[in-house]
Design a protein around this ligand. Structure first.
Ligand SMILES: Cc1cc2nc3c(=O)[nH]c(=O)nc-3n(C[C@H](O)[C@H](O)[C@H](O)COP(=O)(O)OP(=O)(O)OC[C@H]3O[C@@H](n4cnc5c(N)ncnc54)[C@H](O)[C@@H]3O)c2cc1C
Ligand SMILES: *[C@@H]1O[C@H](CO)[C@@H](O)[C@H](O)[C@H]1NC(C)=O
Ligand SMILES: *[C@@H]1O[C@H](CO)[C@@H](O)[C@H](O)[C@H]1NC(C)=O
Length: 436
């Protein structure tokens, strides 16, 4: 054992001597967390409490942190945008250092990251939680038309504030909704706004002069059939026309035309719109895609049970930038963060990290009306429901809407971001006997 170690040390020394040792990092932390979204904050809160001051850094250039799940309600006119936004400074954990810079380079071979200002930050452990990147420019005409003349999207903090305004201004005609041909965060969100807008058009008395069309590049309305069947029935009842395999590729704002490609036969078709909600194409952040931490698709390549990098033992990732094969939601981060923290802490303490495994839990609160919600909860790994409450959660419920709209936001701000909430797993297991 000892002999093996000293041989290893001498090999390491030799290769250092020939490869030229890189200059020391400008700063160094025990744990560096990239991203101050729910993934990064849930982990850095617990670790900075445990390790104390000067040990944990959160790197994020953003002035504000957003509770993005609220944006569906903002777009539907049911919540004020300001409730979704807090200054980043106010949510950074007390004992963590905030480095207000953009990470431009991940350098796991030298245990450091590079920043946009040219500086480097070294680490013993790295946690990557930089979210998913929205690629607005992948749809021709979208960057210049977004937020103007009836074209909107709940996927950005600026345009989400236009959605309800355009819904209110809508006087009838063609209302179009899209779903991209890429991975995306909250895959239910593009569908939820269809239902909220359709209801608003009814309440405004313009529904009978309106075509509500949802052209999705997917093959079905929702990935998990258990809930998808309910959504499809509701869409049929409400006269929402859903077209599958239709991907938006271009907008011509001056003519108010949207061009779609049918992915089944590659034909393109042009349609007139009076209102257009776009769920934009998304993908891995460029600095991750270009790094050694990425898988072939560009997301951080981690073990789906332990959340540790498959290539570097001192690197972990969670949330939308990871390649965990479950749907990308804040709800998933509750479970992911619990597992990641347990495993990272075990590793710091020199223990096996295998005891804690993520089960793929995720949730999609399917908002289908102002007071209607179907609380989809399932494992992205098995496709099976993992419901918290001992009722059939496929039922449209006003209680579930209240829970998601009024209660869960405070669990997010006061529980998840503080590292204190790791998901409803324990509650679900307690309810298990009642479910029989
Ligand atoms: C319209 C909409 C509705 C949604 N509805 C729901 C819902 O109902 N339920 C639900 O659970 N989830 C929902 N989500 C999804 C949820 O918001 C995300 O899954 C969640 O925010 C992901 O967290 P994250 O920490 O991985 O990434 P993010 O929250 O995106 O945070 C990433 C952070 O990383 C920072 N960052 C990015 N690049 C860099 C860099 N180069 N260097 C340093 N920092 C960087 C960013 O500034 C950001 O602060 C919704 C999302 C949207 C847009
Ligand atoms: C609805 O769509 C049909 C056919 O696509 C079209 O003829 C009709 O004009 C549209 N209705 C409105 C109000 O735009
Ligand atoms: C969506 O696709 C269908 C074709 O299946 C088409 O009839 C419909 O008009 C399209 N709508 C828009 C706005 O692209």
């Amino acid at each position: 054992m000892l002999a093996a170690r000293s041989r290893f040390t001498s090999i390491a020394r030799r290769s250092f001597a020939t490869e030229a040792t890189p200059a020391a990092a400008d700063q160094k932390y025990k744990v560096v967390v990239v991203g101050g979204g729910p993934g990064g904050l849930s982990v850095s809160s617990t670790l900075s409490k445990m390790l104390g001051k000067d040990k944990v850094a959160v790197i994020d250039p953003a002035d504000y942190h957003y509770y993005q799940p609220l944006w569906t309600y903002v777009g539907g006119g049911l919540k004020d945008f300001r409730e979704s936004q807090r200054p980043m400074q106010s949510v950074i954990p007390e004992k963590a250092d905030w480095i207000k810079e953009r990470v431009t380079k991940l350098d796991p071979d030298n245990n450091r990251v590079g920043l946009a200002n040219g500086k480097t930050v070294g680490y013993d452990y790295l946690v990557v939680a930089a979210g998913i990147q929205i690629n607005w420019d992948q749809i021709k005409g979208l960057p210049e038309s977004l937020g103007k003349d009836g074209v909107t999207s709940n996927y950005s903090p600026e345009s989400v504030q236009k959605t309800y305004k355009f819904i209110q201004e809508f006087k009838g005609g063609n209302a179009l909704f899209t779903f991209p041909n890429t991975p995306l965060k909250c895959p239910g969100a593009p569908t939820k706004i269809v239902f909220l807008a359709e209801e608003a058009f009814r309440l405004q008395g313009v529904r009978d002069k309106t075509n509500v069309t949802y052209n999705t590049s997917a093959g079905k309305i929702f990935g998990v059939d258990h809930y998808g069947q309910v959504l499809q029935r509701l869409a049929d009842e409400r006269g929402i026309k859903v077209n599958f395999q239709h991907e938006l590729i271009e907008i011509k704002p001056n003519d108010r035309q949207a061009i779609f490609r049918n992915n089944a036969n590659q034909e393109t078709k042009t349609f007139d719109y009076d209102f257009l909600h776009v769920a934009p194409p998304q993908g891995p952040p460029t600095f991750i895609k270009e790094s050694k931490l990425a898988d072939a698709a560009g997301f951080v390549d981690v073990d789906k049970f332990t959340l540790r990098s498959n290539k570097y033992k001192n690197v972990f990732a969670l949330g939308d930038c990871s390649n965990l094969p479950t749907s990308k939601t804040a709800a998933a981060i509750t479970g992911e963060s619990g597992v990641l923290k347990a495993n990272l802490i075990a590793d710091i303490e020199g223990k096996e990290i295998k005891q804690h495994e993520y089960d793929g839990y995720t949730s999609c609160p399917l908002i289908v009306g102002r007071e209607q919600l179907v609380l989809a909860e399932f494992s992205g790994y098995t496709g099976q429901p993992m419901e918290t409450f001992p009722v059939d959660q496929r039922q449209v419920s006003s209680t579930a809407q209240y829970l998601n709209k009024e209660i869960i936001p405070s669990i997010y701000w006061n529980g998840l971001l503080k590292g204190l909430w790791t998901g409803p797993g324990a509650f679900r297991r307690m309810m298990e006997p009642l479910r029989k």
